[in-house]
Design a protein around this ligand. Structure first.
Ligand code: FE
Length: 212
């Protein structure tokens, strides 16, 4: 019998998306890897959004969002802008070039640079999944923006994310926890369960233990 190996989780394939929402004057968005067509008749797209994301609360309140499909031409800056900071603290559209996004018919922005398609979604039902809410949505609009191939999570890891920054020389055999999302390294045998990456704000689950 094979042994249990939780690295199997990394063998699942994912796309990457900017999920945007608007509540009153507030425009916001976050990076997700969980937009999936889950039915064809009628066409339904599900998105799972982490409850820690401000965008989550905005979708829950307004019942609408847009999904921009990230392409291989996206820059790391797009991930930093929408993934490594919170809309609770900053306006993620501040300083974002006007040529990088546009506003859809539903009043919600979509990203035009480093993306190849977008969908306007209306929430039809939702499922509480603990860390995330699964929103099952009806697409009210969709269009193609570019012929560039879609960016998978694997491509982000291999070609977009910068090489990990070394934390300096550590004694041989020292344990390091490396953030799989942004490459941040934490030196120490034990990473606290409530540790939050200071760069990209992801939790312990996204750190891998390495030894050098
Ligand atoms: Fe990180």
């Amino acid at each position: 019998m094979p042994e249990m190996n939780t690295k199997a989780m990394y063998k699942l394939s994912y796309g990457l998306f900017v999920c945007t929402a608007v509540d009153g004057e507030k425009k916001n968005g976050c990076i997700i890897n969980t937009a999936i067509q889950v039915a064809s008749e009628p066409n339904r797209i599900s998105v799972a959004v982490n409850k820690a994301n401000f965008t989550h609360d905005m979708i829950k309140k307004t019942g609408a969002c847009n999904i921009s499909v990230i392409s291989r031409e996206a820059s790391f800056d797009l991930f930093k802008r929408f993934g490594f900071q919170s809309g609770r603290d900053v306006n993620k559209f501040d300083g974002f070039a006007p040529s990088s996004f546009d506003t859809a018919e539903n009043g919600i922005p979509f990203i035009t640079e480093g993306t190849n398609a977008y969908f306007s979604l209306k929430v039809e039902s939702e499922v509480d999944l603990g860390s995330h809410t699964l929103f099952i949505c009806e697409p009210t609009f969709m269009t193609v923006l570019s012929d560039a191939p879609s960016c998978t999570y694997e491509f982000y890891q291999s070609d977009i994310k910068p090489r990990p920054e070394k934390v300096g020389v550590t004694p041989a055999g020292e344990t390091i926890w490396r953030c799989r999302i942004c490459g941040y390294e934490y030196v120490g045998e034990d990473l606290p369960d409530d540790f939050i990456c200071p760069i990209c704000k992801h939790g312990k689950v996204d750190f891998e233990k390495i030894t050098r």
